[in-house]
Write a protein that binds this ligand. Structure first.
Ligand SMILES: *Cc1c(COP(=O)(O)O)cnc(C)c1O
Length: 480
């Protein structure tokens, strides 16, 4: 394909994408295919000879689309949203064209510098404490990680390296292995599975702190476990708080937990993967109060801030903590500009070496929406969730299972778990909308997450009618 053909094919692809998105609600949100469906549709081996572009494009509808779950359909209410917008897609195209690998400042100065500034812009939108901003001579700063899982792992590894150095400064006779075997990290019992996984990868014990009846971890619960663990000779070093838990969008009480962590020299990381985007609205910003106690903070603009995957924003108060933990300097990666407020080598901030020019899509989105546009978008989704909540509340057969704070509604039929499992099964096999469940205090609960950018009130009303109709059918079948 030469530039002339690319020009033509590119325009065709833009048309295909625009058609796909304009008509997405006509497609069945969840596919009908069985596992292994795709293998039989394409050859066993890669082609020996080059094929026609037209033949490739024809196969999109034949091979790919039948097996796609349409996450951007307004009938998709599963998991949490994944962000999506036209400016972000265009920026990604440009990112592909530049195709740089921005592991150091010198490897592509624009890639590094735009990222530092975009993380400052975003940090200011969230009203993060000044300590987290890079500015031109800040000690903190932000970085784009691929996912929240990586951000948690990086924070845990940095905290591990910091505590080992701290202990060895006083007790040089203690080996790293001795110290590591006594380290213990904590999270809520509602935390995302990636937090437990960070503990496994980091090779440290990880304990779950019981949450209260609002699914929130309180100071007392943490304090109790810390006392027990210290008495057993363990070394608490890391606490991952969650703002907006995955099952029910609950908030750990960081105003209580933060001071405890600070006093006990425990690194506090905050995982706000989903909820973080909402903190750009003044009315939701109080949910982030206590951030001043954190050592690191992360959320995913790729969930709810219109920036396509992958874009997980992470800030640290002391960049030296993460750089100190992971710095490697082989000669072939060295350059003449020393690391400073102005020169950041992001390879020291992450696990891989390579990194894409992901800040471009933030820049496009922030400029094309403006803070006001982004706030309006968040508010619209929260409004739709509240609308769904009132529909559920108006129906005596149902109950709401957790406070509706942002764009997620947890609800269930009053009755057994089995009943609710059957209801969910029927909802998902009807294929009209798509939902996933969660477990809350032993109960099987349905999660309704407002996801697509184009979801409107009529979609929510339609979804509710459908659920309510399936519930009526189900309840009628039960013996009276
Ligand atoms: C979605 C989610 C994650 C995982 O996000 P990735 O970016 O896919 O790793 C982590 N924590 C919470 C609270 C989440 O909701």
């Amino acid at each position: 394909m030469d530039a002339a053909e690319f020009r033509r094919r590119g325009k065709e692809m833009v048309d295909y994408v625009a058609d796909y998105l304009e008509n997405i609600e006509k497609r069945q949100v969840y596919p009908d295919v069985e596992p292994g469906y795709l293998r039989s549709l394409i050859p066993e081996e890669a082609p020996e000879e080059a094929e026609n572009y037209e033949d490739v494009v024809k196969d999109i509808e034949r091979v790919i689309m039948p097996g796609v779950t349409h996450w951007h359909s307004p009938y998709f209410y599963a998991y949490f949203p994944t962000a999506h917008s036209f400016p972000a897609m265009l920026a990604d195209m440009l990112c592909g064209a530049i195709g740089c690998i921005g592991f150091s400042w010198a490897a592509s100065p624009a890639c590094t510098e735009l990222e530092t500034v975009m993380l400052d812009w975003l940090g200011k939108m969230l009203k993060l404490p000044q300590d987290f901003l890079a500015g031109t001579e800040g000690k903190g700063g932000g970085v784009i990680q691929g996912t929240a899982s990586e951000a948690t792992l990086i924070a845990l590894l940095a905290a591990r390296s910091k505590i080992v150095k701290l202990i060895q400064a006083d007790h040089p006779e203690q080996s790293e292995t001795d110290i590591t075997s006594k380290l213990v990290a904590y999270s809520s019992d509602q935390a995302h599975s990636s937090v437990e996984r960070a503990g496994l990868i980091g090779g440290v014990k990880m304990k779950k702190i019981p949450s209260d009846n609002k699914f929130s971890v309180r100071g007392d619960a943490l304090r109790k476990v810390l006392e027990e663990d210290r008495a057993m000779g363990l070394i608490p070093f890391f606490f991952c708080a969650t703002l907006g838990t995955t099952p029910s969008c609950a908030f750990d009480c960081i105003t209580e937990l933060g001071p405890i962590c600070n006093a006990e020299k425990i690194w506090m990381h905050i995982d706000a993967a989903y909820a973080g985007s909402a903190f750009i609205c003044p009315e939701f910003r109080p949910l982030l109060n206590g951030i001043e106690f954190a050592d690191s903070f992360n959320f995913n603009p790729h969930k709810w801030l219109l920036v396509n995957f992958d874009c997980s924003a992470m800030w640290v108060k002391k960049r030296s903590d993460i750089i100190g933990a992971f710095k490697m300097d082989p000669l072939y990666l060295k350059h003449d500009h020393q690391e400073s407020g102005l020169v950041t080598d992001y390879r020291h901030w992450q696990i891989p070496l390579g990194r894409r020019f992901r800040s471009l899509k933030m820049w496009f989105v922030f400029r094309m929406y403006g803070l006001k546009g982004l706030q309006a978008y968040i508010r619209k989704h929260v409004g739709l969730a509240k609308e769904f909540e009132s529909l559920v509340r108006a129906d005596q057969r149902f109950e709401i299972s957790a406070d509706v704070v942002l764009g997620l509604v947890c609800f269930r039929l009053k009755g057994s778990n089995e009943l609710n499992e059957t209801l969910l099964k029927r909802i998902n096999s009807a294929r009209k909308i798509h939902l996933v469940p969660c477990q809350l205090a032993g109960k099987f609960v349905l999660r309704f997450a407002v996801c697509a950018r184009t979801t409107e009130s009529r979609h929510v009303q339609e979804a509710w009618c459908h659920i309510s109709h399936l519930a009526s059918e189900l309840l009628q079948e039960l013996p009276h």
